[in-house]
Design a protein around this ligand. Structure first.
Ligand SMILES: [Zn+2]
Length: 216
C-alpha cells in the first residue's frame, strides 16, 4: 500500500528514483511492470532480520545478483542508469545518508534515521516520545504496521510534525487525486487518521485502551 504513494511521488517529479524492498516473488512481478513501462532498474539482494511491527533490518549485502528465496531484494527504479548505480552502491555500503539524499528525503528526516533505526520493532515509539495525544496525519506511517497506507511511502519522518515530511505527504495525495484516484487517496487518508491504542507496556494494542493517540 505505501508503495503506491512512492510511485505517485515519482510521477509528480518529487522523486528521481523509487526504492522498494521486496520479497523474491514481488521482485519478479515488479520486473515485468518495469519492462512493460520501459523503466530502468537496478537491484541488490540482502540477508535480512525481521523484528516484527513491519521492521526488517538489512543485515548483509550479498554483493551479487543471485539470491535465495528468503532474501530481501532492494530494487531501485528510475530514468537514468547512473543514479540507479549510485543508489545501489550507497545502499550496499549501508550509507543511509547518501541513500536518503538520492531518494529526495528531507535532510532533517535523513539525520533522524539513525535514532529510529536503533529502536527496531519499537520504531513507532520514537514518534510518540513527546507523550502528546494527537498528531497531524500527513506524515503518519504507524498504521503501516497493520497493513495500512501512508502518503510518505517508506520514508521515516524526523517527527510527525515535520513540515517537510508533511509537504511530501500532501504532494503525494495531490498527485494521486490529479490521476483521478480520489477513492484510493481517501482510503489512505482514513488509514493515516485511524487512532492507535497503546497497552501498559507502551506497545500497540489491537483492542481499545485508555491510552489513545489521535491523528488530525
Ligand atoms: Zn524532517
Amino acid at each position: 500500500m505505501s508503495v503506491l504513494s512512492e510511485f505517485f511521488l515519482f510521477f509528480s517529479g518529487k522523486k528521481r528514483i523509487i526504492r522498494l524492498s521486496l520479497n523474491t516473488f514481488e521482485f519478479k512481478e515488479i520486473q515485468i511492470i518495469c519492462k512493460k513501462y520501459n523503466l530502468k532498474f537496478d537491484y541488490t539482494s540482502f540477508e535480512t532480520c525481521d523484528y516484527g511491527n513491519s521492521w526488517t533490518s538489512l543485515v548483509k549485502n550479498n554483493h551479487k545478483k543471485e539470491f535465495k528465496i528468503t532474501d530481501t531484494i532492494v530494487i531501485v527504479i528510475g530514468h537514468s542508469v547512473e543514479i540507479l548505480k549510485e543508489y545501489i552502491q550507497a545502499e550496499s555500503n549501508f550509507d543511509y545518508f547518501k541513500a536518503g539524499e538520492l531518494l529526495g528525503y528531507p535532510i532533517c528526516c535523513i539525520r533522524a534515521y539513525s535514532e529510529i533505526e536503533v529502536l527496531k520493532e519499537n520504531w513507532f515509539q520514537y514518534y510518540l516520545s513527546d507523550n502528546k495525544k494527537s498528531y497531524p496525519f500527513w506524515a503518519n506511517r504507524i498504521n503501516t504496521i497493520f497493513g495500512g497506507g501512508s502518503f510518505i511511502g517508506e520514508m521515516f519522518p524526523c517527527s510527525l510534525n515535520c513540515e517537510n515530511a508533511i509537504n511530501l505527504g500532501k504532494n503525494a495525495a495531490k498527485t494521486m487525486e490529479s490521476f483521478g484516484l480520489i477513492k484510493l487517496t481517501e482510503t489512505i487518508r482514513n488509514h493515516c487518521m485511524a487512532p492507535i491504542y497503546l497497552d501498559q507496556n507502551n506497545q500497540l494494542s489491537k483492542s481499545i485502551t485508555s491510552n489513545k493517540i489521535d491523528f488530525y
